[in-house]
Write a protein that binds this ligand. Structure first.
Ligand code: GLV
Ligand code: MG
Length: 345
């Protein structure tokens, strides 16, 4: 049975309302799995990973040693050329890269090398440390020139990492800076440093960031519950709103404590519930966590389908299992159903 699309409800209908944002292709990207193309052991595993993960990203920036920048760039070209099933509109696995920061000595050469060599299969360029619209304009113009020179007909999309205080302040203009904008990721490690937060981690929570229940009966020495808070809630919420406004996709980012799979799953789930569509994976075991968390559960989808069916023409209110459902809860359910259908396609 075909159902109404969430977009039918979200599209502005009023006369004079702003035109809908350009459509960025909706391709599953629950896990963006990072690999270092200068690392021969990691690179050798890439071909077998095609079809097992939504996105494979050749990382050229942080975590690649300065001496290995050239090897990483050339390694990525070689891997893409040796793996013709990776990247492009027909591949089950998108090919992304994270280029070096725009104020580094390497970013220009990253694009000058990659676009002519593998631009036909490079789906998305992730740009780190984006501060404002001017950074996106620069990459956009450069890509336009390089694509034209290489005779490419499919535009390479751009994804910005939000990892400076200024970037967060300018999140709206970053999202709207180019029709190439595909999405945003949170960069919690760089953002923490830039904000001078007092943490030493790559993403995730902190045991010191908590609230404590008020003392029962004024007894400050008595047992009290402690609730750890999400350090990233504010930034993710801002990202989600800005991305929704511009019709692009928000993502969590890295979770560096690879062994702590429980906290990793919690962090990913918070982001999913707030509206993110995916996250980064820094280790193969994080792919499975991301795929699980960023796919709606069978129970949630079944419930959502029941609400859609019960709501008939989509207006008014019905009671289901003692709960009131109306036009607004229907819209939430359509988001869930659409995501399930997109992932099943
Ligand atoms: C990612 O790049 C981060 O800084 O967290
Ligand atoms: Mg960073």
């Amino acid at each position: 049975m075909s159902h109404r699309s969430a977009k039918d409800f979200f599209r502005p209908l009023a006369v004079g309302a702003p035109a809908p944002a350009p459509e960025v292709p909706a391709r599953p990207s629950r896990a963006i799995h990072f690999f270092d193309p200068s690392n021969a052991k990691m690179a050798a595993k890439v071909p077998a990973m095609v079809g097992t993960v939504d996105v494979l990203l050749g990382n050229l920036e942080d975590a690649v040693k300065a001496d290995n920048k050239l090897a990483a760039r050339e390694g990525l070209v070689r891997i893409a050329q040796d793996t013709p099933t990776l990247g492009g509109p027909d591949s089950p696995t998108q090919l992304w890269t994270r280029i070096n920061a725009l104020d580094s000595p390497w970013a220009l050469d990253d694009l000058l090398t990659l676009v002519p060599a593998i631009g036909d299969r490079l789906d998305v360029v992730m740009v780190p440390k984006v501060q404002g619209a001017e950074d996106i304009h620069y990459v956009d113009r450069l890509l336009a020139q390089l694509e034209a020179k290489a005779g490419l007909t499919r535009p390479i999309l751009v994804h910005a990492i939000l990892e400076t205080a200024r970037g967060v302040a300018n999140v709206e203009e970053i999202c709207g800076a180019s029709p190439r904008m595909q999405g945003l990721s949170l960069g919690p490690a760089d953002l923490a440093a830039d904000r001078r937060m007092k943490t030493t981690r790559v993403g995730g929570g902190h045991p010191g960031y908590l609230v404590r229940q008020d003392p029962v009966g004024g007894n400050v020495t008595g047992e009290r519950s402690i609730f750890q808070q999400d350090l990233w809630h504010y930034t993710i919420a801002r990202m989600v709103d800005a991305c929704a406004t511009h019709g692009i996709y928000p993502y969590y980012g890295p979770f560096g404590d690879i062994a702590d799979v429980v906290a990793c799953e919690d962090q990913f789930r918070n982001a999913f519930l707030l509206g993110c569509v995916g996250t980064w994976s820094l280790h193969p075991q994080q792919i499975a966590i991301a795929n699980r968390v960023f796919s709606p559960s069978v129970e949630d989808v079944a419930h959502a389908r029941r609400v859609v069916a019960a709501m008939g023409d989509g207006t008014g209110a019905v009671m289901l299992d003692g709960k009131m459902e109306d036009d607004a809860s229907l819209k939430q359910c359509l988001v869930m159903v659409e995501l399930a259908e997109q992932l099943a396609a």
